[in-house]
Structures are given as C-alpha cells and as structure tokens.
Design a protein. Structure first.
Lengths: 452, 1072
C-alpha cells in the first residue's frame, strides 16, 4: 500500500496530463456550427445576401442613362449619393462605403470556403467538391470584378497597368493584411479564378443564384472586354452562347405589367442584384430623354421597360421582376459582346447578324428589318448604341463608359444639371475612379485614389 | 535542546507509523480552561498533536483527557480565541490553561483558498476572513448578502432590479463576466448560489490580491469568494444546534418613485392633447389602438353621446383616483420570511460528522410571490488508518419560487403605454375590473358578441390566475481522499459531481389576458360564418427545463515541513479537470387543461391573419433547445516559505486550458503566476516599538490572474438559416476565426501593512493596490477590407482593450472594556477607482453614452455618468437649452447629429469610489447589541426627470410636472421645461433628461442595521435544558442618515422603483 498509493497517484496524474486533445476540442455551444463539412460550405456559398444581393450600385448611380431632379437630389440624406451623382472630388464624407464592404465580405466567405475545402477529401464526392470550389472562385472573382470597376482606374490595353489595383485578399484570416496590387495583377487574378471556376463548375444547376460554367464564361467575356482583349472576349461570349440560354421573344411578354420581365427568366445565367441607391428608385429616376426616344415605336422594350411617373419616363425592366435592379449575367449581354468583338475584328456581317439575332426578339413581330451595314466603324457605333439600349440599368454602363473613353472615337463627356449648375465629367477623368472610404483608409493605410 | 526535539520528532513519527490500538503507557490529565481574566470557558477543544486523543471542557471549564505517555503538549482551541499549545507538567498536576481572545484581523486566522488552508499571518497575500460569528450577525435566506458591509473591498451594486452584482475591489473587466468566482468546499460552484443554506456555512474567505487568488488562474480576475461548509471534528461530543427566525419586511412605499403624475394633472394633459387633435388618428384606425378612458370620454362628449355635465362628473371622479392605492392594497404585502435549521455535529475515534437540515419559507412583498427551500447537508470524515482520511459530503437543496406577480410596473395598457394613474383595479366590492389594454374599449366590448373570447384585461384577475413557478433541485457530491505518506508529505484526490435541475413552469389559463388575447388575435371567421380558433380555447403552458452537470476532479501533492525551528516550507502542486455541461429545453403547449392534462395539436406551418393588426404570421411555437459545454484542464502549484516566522516568500503558478480557446491558444498559453514577500517587522530584535505596537507586518505581492469570456471561441462559428427567396439553407458566420483568442489578464500589485497595539486594543490593516487589465475583451473597428462583418458592423470582438484601477482598503479594529462593558468597533474604508485605458470602438450614436451601461471611453471609469451642459430654459417659452460647441442651442432637429464626445461632460463614476462601514458592538454580560453604519462616496447618479414625450406616449409622468415653466420669469425658479405642443421632438426631452442639472451626487451615509442578542447559558441557569439559548434580533435597511442629493432618492437603487424595505427579524438559537 505504501508504495502502491504514490504510484497510483502518479499514474492518475499522467492520465490527466495526457488526456487526448479531444477533451478540449468539444464545441462550447452545440447549436453553433463550425462550418467544415461540404454541406456547411455549400450553405456558405448559398448565402444570398452576401453573394447575390447588394452588389455595387455607385457605378450605376454615376452613369448617364438617367438623371434626377434638383429637389430630389437636394433631399438625399447620404452625402455619398449626392457627391457620387455629381462626380465630386470628395465622396464619402466619413460615411462607409457599403459597396466596398459588402464585396470584401463576399471575398471573406469565398476564401473561407476555399480554405475549408483544403481540409476536405475531394474523393468523397469529386463533383460536389469541384462545384463548391468553382463557386467560391467565381464569387471571389465576381467581387473583385465589381470592385475594380469602381475603385481602380480603367484597364488600358495600351499601357502597363501598374497603377493601384485592389487589395487581393486570398485568406479569411483576420490578421492577414494585404496592400493594393496593380491593376494588371487584379485583372490577372479575376481571369485566373474564373478560368479555374469554368473548369470546375457544373453545366447546370436548378438555382440561378448559383454560378454554372456559362456564368464563368460570361463573366470572363465581360472581363476580357473590359481589358480590350476582344479575341478572348469573343471566345468566352461564344462559349456562353453555346450553353443554349434562350433569348426571350418580347412578343410573349405582357408589356403593360408593372414588371414585365420575369425573375430567373430564360436569358438569365446568374442572378444577382445591386444596391438600389435612392436616386435609382424608379419613383425618382428620370430616363435620359434622348436615350428613351432612341427606342422606336415597334421596339417592344419601349413599352415593356418604361412607365411614366409624373410626366417623366422611368425604368421597370429589371430582370429581377421587381423594383430591385438586376445586375447579374444574362445571355443578351453575350450577344452584344460577341457582335462588338466581331465588328472590331472586321467581321462586320457576322457581327451584325449576331446583333440582328438579338434585336428581332425585341421588336413587334414582323416589324424588324435587319440592320445591314458595311462600314466597320458605323457597324461598331450601331452595336455600341444597341448595347447601351439593351443593357440598361444592369450595372454595365459605368464600366462601358470607362472602357470606351479610352478610344477618342467612342469617348463621351457627361453632364449633370442641378438647378442650373452644370457638373461635367470628362473622358478619362480621375473621377471615374472612386476614392476608398475614409474608414478603410484609416484602418488599413491603403494608398488613396487621387481625384480632382 | 535540538537533540531533545529530534527525539520527540522521531517519537512522533513512530507514533504515527504504528496502527491504532498499539499498546502504550497512558497518562490521565485534568485541568481547567479560562479566559485571561479568569472566566471559565466551556466547550474548549483539547487534543494531542496527532489528534488521537481529545477532550472538551464542561460548563465550568473542566476537562479530563487520557494521553500516551510520551505526549508533551496539548493543542487547545476555541472559537473566538487564539489557538494555544499547552505544555503538560511532568507531575500530572491539574493544568490551568488561559486562552486569549482572538481578534478578527490579527491573530491566528486560518483562511481557505480552496486548495489549502493557511495561516493568514504566514502569508503575504491579501485575504479577508468572515467567520461564523460574523456571518450570523445578519439574518438572510442567502449567503452572499451576509457578506455585505462587513468585508472591505466588497461592493454590492443594487442599482438594477434582481440580485445585486458583487465586485471585489472594483472592475477588472470591460464586457466579460464581472462576478467573482465562488468556490464552495474547494470547487467552483456552478449552480445558483442561492441554493445554499447559510446555516451550513462555517466561514467565508475573500481572496483579493494576485498572491491569494492566482491559484484559481483564469477565473480569479474578479476576485474569489471561498465558502467552507461546517464539518465535525474527531473526539468531539455531539452538539445539536437548532435555529429558528422570522423576518418581517415592510410594504414598499409606492409613492417613493417620483415618476408618477397625479390623476388630475394627467387628465389636464390629456385634455390639452385632445384639444390639439393628438388622438384623432386613433379614431377608426384599423388596429383599434388603445385609448385611455379619459380620451374615450372626451370623444363621447364631443360626439354628444354624453352630456357635458355627466362627462365633467366622470372626469372629476377620475381625478380623485390614484391607482397606487389599489396596487398597494392588492399587489403588495408585508413580507414574512421564516427560517429553520437543525444540525448535529461531532466525532468519535475515527469518524467525524456534520448533518444539517434547513427549511426556509418566504412570503415576498409582492402578493403571490415567495420561496420555499429545503436543504440537507451531510459531511462525513473517516480515518480508516491514521494515514488515510476519506471524506464525503452530500448536499441537496430543493427550492420552489413563485413568480406570479411582476409588481406595479408589469401592469400596463400595452404597446408603448404604461398605466394611466386613474385606473381602477377593483370595483367597490373588490371584484377585479378591466383596464384599457392594447385596443380601445368599444373593440374589446364587441369581442364576445362576435364569437370571440372575452378580450378585456383585468390585472387583479391575472394576478390571481397566474401560475408561474420555478423549481430548482441541486445535488452536490464531494469526496476526497488524503493519504499521508509522512507527516510532511501527503497526497490528496478530490472529486465533485454537481447536478442542478431547474424547471420553470408557467401556466396561463384562459382567465389570463395573455392567453385570451393570443387566441382572439389568431381567430378568424370561415366561409360558412363560423369563428375558427387556430389557437384552441384553453390554457397556454410554457415549460422550460435546464440541467447542469458538473464534474470536477483534482489530484494534489502537499508538502509541509519545518527545519531547525527556523525554516518552514510548504509546497503544493496538482492538476485539475473540470467539465460543466448545461442542457436546456423549452416547449409550449396550447389548449392545455390542467385538470385532465389534455392539450391540443397545433398547425405551426400555416400562416394566419393576425387581427386586428392585419399581418399574417405563424403561431409562435415556443420550442428551443440548447446545450453548452465548458471544459477546462489546469495545472497549478503554490509555494510558501517562512524564515524564523519573520520573512515570508510565496509564489504560485497556474496554467489553464479550455475548449473555448482552441488548440493553438492552449499550447501557447503562458501560466498565470504570482509572487509575494512578507516581513514581520515586529519580530525583529531591533524593532523598537514592541511595547505599544507589538505587531507590525509589511507585505507585498505581485502577479496575474485571468478572466474568461464564454461568448467567444477561437473558431469561426455560425448559425444555419433558410433564405426567404430561394429557400436554400445558408450559414451566416457570427464569430470570426480568432486563433489568438486568449483569456483576459489582470495584473495586481498589493502593498499591505498589518498592526496591532498592546493587548490588541487597536489593530488593523492598510492595503494599497494597483491593477491593470490587459488583453481585455472589447470591441474594435475592423478594416472592412478584411471582410468580416455581422449585420453590417465591421467590428471585431477580441483581446484588444485595457483598463487600470487602484485603491485602498483600510480596516481598523478597536476592542476596549469599560467596566463590564466590552466595546468593539470596526471601521472599514475602501477606495477603488478605475479608468479605461484602451478601447478602440467609438459609438456613432451619442445616445449610446447615456444608457445605464454606457459605451466605454478611454480616460473615463468603466461605469460613467455623462451629461450635457445645461443652458437653462428659454425665457420666452420655457424650452430646454444646452451648450453645444460652446453655443447655446435648442435646435432639436440637429442636436443629436451634431453632438460630439467633446460636448459630453463625464460627471464621474456611477459606482461608489469610496465606501465602507463603521460597525460597533457592545456587550454587557450575556447581552450584546451592535450597529452598522455604512457610507458610500464619490459617485453620481441620474435623477429621473420629466419627459413629455414619455408622458404623452407612455403615460409616464413625473411629480415635477407641477414645477414646470409656465410663464416668462419662471426660468428663474425652475428648470423643468414647459409643456410642449403635441408631436414635439423627443430630443427636447433628451436634452433636459441628460442635462448636468439632473446628475446628482450619490454620496450618503446609511444606518444599515442593528443586531442584538441575549445568551442564556446552562452554566448560569442550570434549569435550562440546553447548553445555550440565544435570543437574537436584527433590523436591516433602517434608513439613510445623510445624503448629498436633494431629491430624497436612495442612490443605491437608482434604476429601481423603490429601495429595499426595512426588515425586522427575531430568532432563537438552541445549542444542546
């Protein structure tokens, strides 16, 4: 006993000390999930409010398809809406940028999923694993794409693009800080992620809120177009069109409905919607009258997409089928990109035939006469006009303005008139790039964008 | 000499080594024990050093004891007296032993840290010991409240309703748990401390500095309160103790709360608002909003449905009413608390025991509220061999709490409304009457005609029908095994299991408004014209169960040895494992019949139109589940060394690991440690003041303790939800991964000085401490680029805040005899301040600084009171004005957005920074009387004031309405704003409510309590069938003697409708 007791005691002590780590690995709260399984990662990818809603709206707010009346502008409560509308030097005035914050939240979720996948064995369910990975890569690229259109100078194919790009966060670790990359690096990352995603994503999914192969192709096409890489833009527009998303025949629509376009309609490849800033509310925005008049009477879009509010025309053609503004990916955009790229490459006939394919679905049955031009420049101008008319309030106009301004032949100066005061945004103005919000600068020390 | 001692030592070891019953020569000794002045002492315990022989003196102080031949000394101990070692005379002549009275602060005080018991004089740490006598000075159902006002450094915060929060030496954390760790019989108590019967408690030790507390590691940051229950001793005759007392508490004074406007003025306000068409939108509105009886009367009068004279008569009748009278009569009562306890303890050769049982029955101040508690406690210690000690403790308590009455504040007219002051709860015959609630009276009156249930609200009927009880059972099994290897080395193992089971049952029958209202709201008329009830007619039964299972195990090695009479070394080391798991389940049953236990099934999936509000909703299901697990593993060690009982050195270290932290933090964690030095200056040869200051001791300690925030984990965690557009499940990440999460650390430096004058007439201690909390959990803004946000807030909760504090604890004891009167006095003074030194988050809404727990601000105390600089009333119209950026303003539209931190005045701490008590006790023979006067200084509170917004929209008025500005010139005599037009911005009230004129000093002196006792001893009155009969009385919460504020308010209860009631207790304690 005398020798046994201490021995027993020491044994017990050793037992306590060597308690396996499992003892301390117990979850403190059973209801909490520590997202780690494929189901969990799927649930992170399916977070609608992060990946599909509240996409940036500052570009649309600043673009030229609409205007608002002075009283409405003056009554805006948020300084950044007022400032963004007139392309002022200062935008945020101490207020946060939800466009920036929400997209980086999307990046956080995507990174978390990618890190989670590293811990899982692909062979358990390779197809699902690939979809999860492809989806996360797509979401991350989509976030970077959206941010690059607001917070980076336009990509210029004729320059080195070593201006300030985005902070490329590839980790969900809160302690990792990342500085700004170059514009080239930013676009390289978007392209690389999307290419990987296009290989991993499935061809179809029953939910249009989830990206599929065609979505990755459509976004690649859009990104290449941004980069003035028309060859690649064409390649991926073609790929997207190859997935057989049907164009809607507008003759089948009830054009007098409050929202004639259906949510998840046949043209939609990937569903998302933007933050509807107050000036973009259909009760407030007034269509640019020249733009409105450019739709001919037999163009069904003219009645399907617009209605009058106290004598002014406003927009009701969102592919969300609601007052929310759709800014996802749809096949009509790919037709227009394809047409533009072909035109730029000199295949004028093919370009116009692509455009006609789209437009015939937009016109009252039997009224459409195909566009027939031979001059390349003229054909391109026509395609660009049709591009603007088709992709109205889709979060595309701002990026197009930035890109087209690089070529003096397609450049445009924008004007705002507020109670007689004229504000102007010249092509390639540094004010085409938003400043980073003050709180971000304060907390991160990122270099600020210079405006004038 | 040394040789002789060695021989004794060897002899002692031999004695210990042999089995009991070994033959040895025995000596028979006898003698008497008395006080220094010759008074015989009964019940004194005498024992040999090996504890194998013992005796107790009789009523004349006589004892007889048989000891082994080689015994040289007897250990003599008695409660309240210094332990003494008496040498046995060679010739067996009768011994006369004198005991010296023990003094509370100095003398041989044995304190328990939960890991060991130590002599307080031999450690540099800061301990406060509350012995049994002091604990029983007051009468209460719970143990914690008995510590109030008798312990320096302990502050009870009673500002809010519910149990007071206790702090030891001020705040050590910012937004984690602030309560000190409570240890009962060596292990942290996981259940509700109110389960414990105070009659079973022997003593309480408060561990205040790092050296004392850091043995408890990451849970010691807020201080530790160690509670030790009673136990028997070997060789002690059985004593039986019975205790019974009753406490009567006065009815609370409902007129105390100034936030009440009398009916007449209230009706005038309603009349005025009515004239401004304030209520017209409610008429015919589809939700039938509640309108007060006066407004309904005014409408009827306007519409000609009632004559002016009748209306006026009715109004005059309303004017004469005061609903507080009804509440006082039907909702409040005199409280009666009864407490009974019976215990026996004693011990034989090898077994000692304590058995205690208690019963408490409390009738609250609130009618139909109360508590019944039964508790049983047994403690057995068994020495199978002289080397082995096995002890087992079983405690059980069961309580049942009735919570049927929420008090006056719980009765309201629904929505934002309180209750109008002219409400009537009963008719002249005492039958419950309806008051307006949620809907207007016409709508309510139609209900039954429309096939619905009665839709009226009768507060008194609700009170009588309410059936809400909470039962708590708690069982605690505690076993320990100590094996003595040698007389200086032992091993001990302890294990404790605790299971607390709580069941809350709330049955709301159809007599109750809640039930009828819910049933009616979901009822609809089907296509055939029948009224359908998706919620069936019947009671609603809410059950909620929670179970707590806690296991704790500990292994420890204790080393304790002296050399050459000069060195004393005591070391302990051990390991501990704990798990506390709590499971909860809540459920709701509709259509419940309590007679037959039948209930109805409900279609929870279907959405119904909720009338009259007109939205659709599912039926609330009330089901929820939870399961929390808290696991810890710790290693700890403690060392103390004394040289010549003059120099003391101590050190301790502890490493904790928990399942909150994750593997990385657990691996990286640095042990929390402490060290201390003590110097008994008065024992030095050169010490010059031996004659008048025979005791002088200096001590200092330094070290770290910690605190855990259980709301955080190291891993990314989230909850599953379902998306309303796609129906797909998704996860929202709620806490970010935080591999750097760690416990909060508190560094404490303590300097102490203990002294005692000759004969201990004056003794005491002075302590100064500084503490610094770092790695404290707090909010900090997060770069949005990082991408983690919840609800659009880019912030991070982590170890990023800091706080510092300092203070002084002074205790002075006086003990003086004046003739036959013994006078003892104890003066406490505690000073404690704190300051946030780092907090990265700043609130963007200024009102966050005016809440009862404001957002922390660096440079200010954790609990601060902020105010706006008052600029007086506008002489034109009595509008309140403040200074904003140095300018007078009353631009209510923009004030809130223009206010910055620079415009806020930090008035100071909301908790007392200086506090203490003066306790005196006079004893004449067997009669004793004591008083305790307490004081609190150096803090502020916000006086409740009149808000017109609240008056118009919540019917909450204030007495000061009578003093409001009415005519130009009034601004010279009043600061109460004029009555504004209906619809005026609530910011107008905001600037007045939070103006500096409404902040008052909390300083006050309070006559806390009186206690008295009269002892009848068998030794004096031989006819007594008991050894001792004590009659005692206690009066608590006597009243405030002096206060700095001019509003007549009790600043300790600043957010409560009335302060604690005065209570009167009478009791008897029998010892057999």
């Amino acid at each position: 006993m005398k020798h046994f007791t201490p021995l027993l005691f020491i044994c017990l002590l050793v037992l306590v000390a060597s308690c396996s780590e499992d003892f301390l690995a117990e979850k403190p709260d059973k209801r909490l999930v520590v997202p780690s399984t494929m189901e969990d990662l799927q649930a992170l990818n399916d977070y609608y409010e992060v990946h599909n809603a509240n996409l940036p709206g500052m570009g649309e707010l600043s673009s030229d398809d609409y205007y608002i009346l002075y009283d409405r502008w003056n009554a805006l409560s948020s300084p950044y809406m007022k400032n963004g509308y007139i392309w002022a030097k200062e935008i945020w005035e101490g207020v946060i940028s939800i466009d920036w914050n929400n997209r980086y939240q999307q990046v956080f979720y995507a990174n978390y999923v990618l890190e989670g996948l590293n811990e899982l064995d692909r062979s358990i369910d390779p197809e699902w694993y690939d979809q999860l990975k492809g989806t996360a890569l797509f979401h991350r690229a989509h976030a970077f794409y959206q941010l690059a259109q607001l917070f980076c100078s336009p990509f210029d194919a004729s320059s080195s693009n070593n201006g300030d790009g985005l902070p490329i966060r590839l980790s969900s670790d809160l302690n990792v800080t990342v500085g700004r990359s170059t514009i080239q690096e930013t676009y390289d990352r978007i392209i690389a992620d999307l290419k990987k995603a296009s290989a991993l994503l499935p061809e179809r999914d029953s939910y249009k809120t989830r990206p599929v192969k065609a979505a990755a192709c459509a976004l690649l096409s859009r990104t290449y177009l941004e980069m003035q890489d028309y060859d690649n833009a064409l390649v991926y527009a073609d790929s997207a069109i190859g997935f057989n998303y049907e164009l809607i025949d507008f003759n089948t629509l009830n054009t007098s409905a409050s929202y004639p376009m259906e949510q998840y309609n046949s043209e939609v490849i990937f569903h998302s919607r933007m933050t509807r800033y107050t000036p973009l509310a259909s009760s407030r925005l007034v269509m640019d009258s020249t733009l409105y008049e450019s739709y001919v009477e037999d163009d069904l879009r003219k009645e399907a997409w617009f209605r009058t509010v106290s004598g002014n025309y406003t927009f009701k053609g969102s592919y969300d089928g609601s007052l929310q503004i759709f800014n996802g990916l749809a096949i009509d955009e790919c037709y227009l990109t394809r047409a533009e790229c072909l035109a730029r490459k000199g295949s004028v006939q093919e370009a116009l035939s692509t455009l006609n394919q789209l437009l015939i679905t937009r016109y009252r049955e039997g009224t459409f006469s195909p566009i027939d031009l031979t001059d390349q420049q003229q054909a391109l101008q026509t395609i660009l006009v049709e591009r603007r008319k088709e992709l109205l309030f889709r979060g595309i106009r701002w990026a197009d303005l930035r890109r087209l301004n690089l070529d003096p032949s397609t450049a445009k100066t924008l004007y705002r008139n507020l109670d007689g005061t004229i504000y102007m945004l010249e092509p390639n103005s540094p004010n085409y790039t938003l400043p980073i919000a003050d709180d971000v600068i304060q907390l991160s020390n990122l270099p600020q964008n210079i405006r004038q | 000499m040394i040789q002789k001692k060695l021989v004794y030592l060897v002899l002692l070891m031999i004695t210990l080594g042999v089995a009991p019953g070994a033959s040895a020569q025995l000596r028979h000794l006898s003698g008497t024990v008395s006080t220094a002045d010759g008074q015989a002492l009964a019940g004194v315990y005498l024992t040999t050093t090996d504890l194998r022989s013992s005796a107790v003196t009789d009523s004349l102080g006589h004892f007889q004891i048989t000891v082994p031949e080689e015994t040289t000394v007897l250990q003599v101990s008695h409660i309240g007296f210094a332990r003494k070692t008496a040498y046995i005379p060679q010739d067996d002549s009768p011994m006369t032993i004198y005991l010296e009275q023990k003094f509370v602060s100095i003398g041989e005080v044995v304190v328990s840290t939960g890991y060991q018991t130590i002599n307080r004089d031999k450690t540099p740490g800061s301990y406060s010991q509350i012995d049994n006598r002091l604990l029983n000075r007051s009468v209460s159902t719970d143990i914690l409240s008995r510590l109030e006002n008798i312990t320096p450094g302990l502050l009870f915060d009673r500002r809010f309703e519910g149990s007071p929060s206790v702090s030891v030496r001020g705040q050590s954390t910012i937004q984690s748990d602030e309560s000190p760790l409570i240890v009962v019989d060596n292990f942290p108590y996981e259940g509700d401390i109110d389960n414990i019967n105070p009659n079973d408690i022997e003593s309480v030790t408060v561990l205040k500095d790092a050296a004392a507390a850091s043995i408890w590691g990451v849970r010691a940051g807020n201080g530790v309160i160690v509670i030790t229950t009673k136990r028997g001793r070997l060789q002690q005759p059985m004593t039986i103790q019975a205790n019974a007392n009753v406490t009567i508490g006065e009815k609370p004074d409902l007129n105390y709360n100034p936030q009440f406007l009398n009916s007449s003025d209230f009706i005038d306000v309603e009349q005025s608002l009515f004239d401004q068409d304030y209520y017209s939108w409610m008429e015919g509105y589809y939700t039938y909003p509640a309108m007060s009886p006066v407004v309904q009367l005014l409408i009827a009068k306007r519409d000609g449905l009632i004559s002016s004279t009748d209306a006026e008569a009715q109004l005059n009748e309303y004017r004469s009413r005061d609903v507080r009278r009804d509440f006082d009569r039907y909702f409040y009562q005199t409280s009666v608390n009864q407490q009974y306890s019976l215990s026996l303890k004693g011990g034989g050769q090898a077994v000692s025991y304590y058995l205690g049982g208690g019963f408490d029955s409390n009738k609250s101040n609130l009618v139909r509220n109360g508590l019944d508690r039964v508790s049983v406690n047994s403690m057995l210690t068994y020495h199978p061999t002289d080397k082995l000690e096995v002890s087992s403790n079983i405690s059980y308590s069961y309580s049942k709490t009735d919570q049927n009455n929420g008090g006056m504040a719980s009765v309201s007219s629904g929505g934002t409304y309180g209750l109008y002051p002219y409400a009537q709860l009963t008719d002249d015959n005492g039958n419950p009457l309806a008051v307006v609630r949620d809907y207007n009276t016409d709508f309510v009156n139609q209900a039954e005609a429309n096939g619905l249930m009665d839709w009226s609200y009768r507060p008194l009927q609700d009170l009588r029908a309410n059936d809400y009880t909470v039962t708590t059972g708690d069982i605690r099994l505690n076993t320990s095994l100590t094996y003595r290897l040698t007389d200086w080395l032992n091993l001990e193992g302890r294990y404790q299991f605790e299971h607390q089971n709580q069941h809350s049952r709330h049955l709301q029958s159809t007599d109750m408004y809640y039930t009828r209202n819910l049933i009616n709201k979901y009822a609809y008329t089907d296509d055939d014209g029948f009224v359908q009830f998706p919620i069936p007619e019947g009671g609603i039964l809410d059950n909620s169960y929670s179970d707590l299972y806690a296991h704790s195990g500990r292994l420890q090695v204790n080393f304790d040895r002296s050399w050459n009479d000069v060195h004393h070394l005591s070391v302990l080391a051990g390991a501990e494992v704990r798990q506390a798991r709590s499971k909860g389940l809540s459920s709701r049953i509709y259509g419940y019949n309590d007679e037959l236990l039948t209930f109805s099934s409900i279609d929870y999936g279907n959405e119904y139109l909720v009338s009259p509000d007109g939205y659709t909703d599912v039926i609330p299901d009330g089901n929820s589940l939870s399961e929390l697990t808290d696991r810890n593993r710790s290693w700890y060690g403690n060392l103390s060394y004394t040289y010549r009982e003059r120099y003391m050195l101590s050190g301790s270290a502890r490493k904790d690991e928990s399942n909150l932290f994750g593997v990385d933090a657990n691996n990286k964690g640095v042990p929390l440690w402490s060290t201390g030095l003590g110097w008994q200056l008065s024992s030095e040869e050169f010490y010059p003041f031996k004659s008048w200051l025979p005791v002088l001791k200096l001590r200092t300690t330094y070290g770290y303790s910690g605190n855990v925030n259980k709301s955080l984990t190291a891993y990314a965690t989230g909850y599953y939800y379902s998306n309303r557009y796609t129906d797909l499940p998704y996860i929202q990440i709620l806490t970010p991964p935080n591999p750097n999460l760690r416990w909060e650390k508190i560094r404490i430096i303590n300097l102490g000085l203990d002294f005692a004058s000759k004969n201990h007439v004056l003794s005491g201690s002075v302590e100064y401490y500084r503490k610094k909390g770092f790695d404290l959990i707090g909010r900090s803004p997060l770069d949005p680029t990082i991408g983690f946000s919840v609800g659009g807030r880019n912030e991070f909760i982590g170890n990023n805040s800091e706080l510092k504090g300092q203070g002084v604890d002074i205790q002075l004891n006086l003990n003086q005899n004046f003739g036959r009167i013994n006078w003892t006095a104890q003066l406490f003074y505690s000073h404690s301040t704190n300051e946030i030194t780092r907090y990265d988050y700043e609130s963007s809404t200024i009102s966050a600084y005016f809440t009862s727990v404001p957002v922390p601000v660096p440079g200010n105390p954790r609990y601060s009171i902020y105010s706006l600089r008052w600029a007086g009333l506008d002489p034109e119209n009595g509008d309140p004005q403040i200074y904003l950026g140095g300018e007078i303003t009353k631009d209510y539209g923009s004030i809130l957005s223009n206010l910055t931190m620079d415009d806020l005045i930090c008035e100071g701490s909301a908790l007392p920074t200086s506090y203490g008590s003066l306790r005196q006790n006079f004893r004449l023979g067997d009669f004793a009387i004591g008083f305790n006067i307490t004081y609190k200084f150096g803090y502020y509170f916000r006086r409740p004031s009149l808000s017109y917004y609240a008056l118009y929209n919540s019917w909450t008025g204030h007495e000061e309405f009578a003093d409001r500005w009415m005519n130009p010139g009034d601004e010279a005599v009043t600061q109460v704003p004029s009555m504004p037009a209906a619809g005026t911005s609530s910011t107008r009230d905001f600037v007045y409510t939070f103006a500096d004129i409404n902040v008052e000093k909390g300083d006050h002196i309070r006559f806390q309590d009186i206690n008295f006792s009269y002892d009848l001893l068998h030794s004096k009155y031989p006819w007594l069938p008991f050894d001792k009969v004590s009659l005692y009385g206690y009066i608590n919460n006597i009243g405030i003697i002096w206060r700095a504020n001019h509003s007549g308010l009790d600043p300790d209860y600043s957010f409560q409708p009335y302060p604690a009631s005065r209570t009167f207790s009478l009791g008897i304690n029998l010892t057999l």
